[in-house]
Design a protein around this ligand. Structure first.
Ligand code: AMP
Ligand code: MG
Length: 430
């Protein structure tokens, strides 16, 4: 007759055979090689990871220019000028923006100049138009202009190299390029930039019960949600997703979908379903035929069964079929692998939260779907209700995953645990 102690000991021995999550991740990361770089045009560079050092090839601005619409002068020519005692200068030329002509101002001369237009040689300041009797219409230019104000050398002039000097080091490899970075690179005259190649990831799956969204559902069928969700997760991780329609549970169909996957020459393959013990499909058979894949039982909830290895030399993940398990295993084990491949920094946000209500766990490391609220005492986390690994809605309504460490079977109210935020909380900014 099994006693409570016996049952407990049996449970412990089952746990002992489960692979630790961190160990699994170490094994995975050891098998992932970072991708090389490629050249892309600036139109394709947003969100990509820079693979080169950027040194400015030029001064910015490349020439001294006016910061006002006005008159370029030699400051020494207009000393003591006032509205009552104006100084009259000979208007030598007009310098619109984009003017490439060069001119040297002689003493007693001025040039009409537009904002951003190049300063004439010899001039060292600009008098704003409102401090002159000058006009700003398209009528013929007068012979002279009266200046009402004196200026200091450098006034209203943006010097050459004021923002960036030629030879200035601006970026190191590893930076994720944002809109303003793209703008800056363009302002340096760069047309292409070297970035880390994006991983190409093929998503596949199988199941006789799975129907393509948009088609009518027969009794016994459900829609394929994993392939769409996994493709979106891949894209959110900065990689390119190629989603294949799910295969039927026949040897021929599953072999065919793997062969199609390989034709895409992917950097990684992710399948869902068919990795649990006794799964009624042929994924295992094909994986044994095409690659070296380990079937792991991981000390993780949700998501115990997981396959990882190589198929035709390409890193392969076989995730559980239950959608929430697929989501969590992707987040915990696949995403870090993709980030390593793409040499991308991890932007995941973690926080500490207090458990609002007592919870129990089964001793596996558990990722519990929770909602967090900011209280006076800090962040508080409450289960979203069902933790069924088939219920996608429970992760849709969650804002964080609370991590219960392995071997913790009772989590008392008030315990502080780590949470991984699923999206930015606009109230807390966390
Ligand atoms: P399996 O590993 O094939 O036994 O699948 C486990 C569970 O996940 C079953 O309830 C399947 O119906 C479900 N499942 C498998 N693949 C998908 C998918 N692509 N989309 C939604 N549910 C799936
Ligand atoms: Mg199945």
């Amino acid at each position: 007759m099994p006693t409570v102690i016996h049952i407990f000991l049996e449970k412990i021995s089952i746990m002992a055979k489960l692979l630790n999550v961190d160990k699994a991740l170490d094994n995975i990361l050891a098998a992932i090689t970072p991708l090389p770089s490629e050249l892309v045009t600036l139109d394709q560079a947003r969100g990509r990871i820079l693979a080169e050092t950027i040194i400015s090839p030029l001064h910015l601005p490349p020439f001294p220019n006016s910061s006002m619409d006005g008159y370029a002068v030699r400051a020494e020519d207009v000393i003591n000028a006032t509205r009552k005692t104006p100084i009259t200068l000979r208007l030598a030329l007009d310098i619109p923006a984009g003017s490439t002509a060069r001119y040297t101002l002689a003493p007693g001369e001025t040039a009409r100049i537009m904002t951003g237009a190049p300063m004439p040689d010899g001039a060292d300041a600009v008098i704003p138009v409102e401090d002159t009797n000058g006009t700003w219409d398209n009528a013929a230019l007068p012979e002279t202009v009266q200046i009402y104000k004196e200026v200091q050398p450098g006034d209203y002039v943006r010097p050459i190299g004021e923002n960036i000097y030629a030879g200035q080091s601006l970026y190191e490899p590893g930076v994720s390029l944002r809109a303003m970075d793209i703008g800056l690179l363009a302002s340096l005259g760069l047309r292409t930039v070297s970035v880390i190649r994006q991983p190409r990831v093929v998503i596949l799956g199988s199941g006789d019960e799975l129907m393509e969204p948009g088609l009518p559902l027969a009794h016994g069928q459900i829609y394929d949600s994993n392939s769409y969700m996994l493709a979106a997760l891949v894209e959110e991780s900065g990689a390119e997703a190629i989603r294949l329609p799910v295969a039927k549970d026949t040897l021929a169909d599953i072999r065919a979908v793997f062969q199609t996957a390989l034709q895409h020459k992917p950097d990684m393959m992710i399948s869902s379903a068919g990795v649990s013990v006794g799964a009624a499909d042929f994924t295992r058979t094909i994986l044994e035929e095409l690659g070296q894949v380990n079937f792991w039982r991981i000390n993780l909830r949700p998501g115990k069964p997981l396959a990882f290895g190589q198929v035709a030399g390409i890193p392969f993940f076989g995730l559980p079929g239950n959608p929430v398990s697929a989501f969590v295993t992707f987040d915990v084990l696949v995403r870090p692998a993709l980030l390593k491949m793409a040499q991308r920094p991890d932007d995941a946000v973690y926080a500490k939260a207090t458990v609002a209500e007592k919870m129990t766990s089964d001793g596996r490391r558990s990722y519990i779907r929770v909602n967090t609220t900011q209280t006076k005492k800090g962040l508080e986390a409450r289960s979203t209700g069902t933790q069924s690994s088939g219920a996608l809605l429970s992760i849709v309504t969650a804002d964080a995953l609370m991590i219960i460490p392995e071997d913790m079977t009772v989590v008392e109210q008030g315990t502080k645990l780590r949470v991984k935020l699923l999206k930015i909380n606009p109230n807390t900014g966390k």
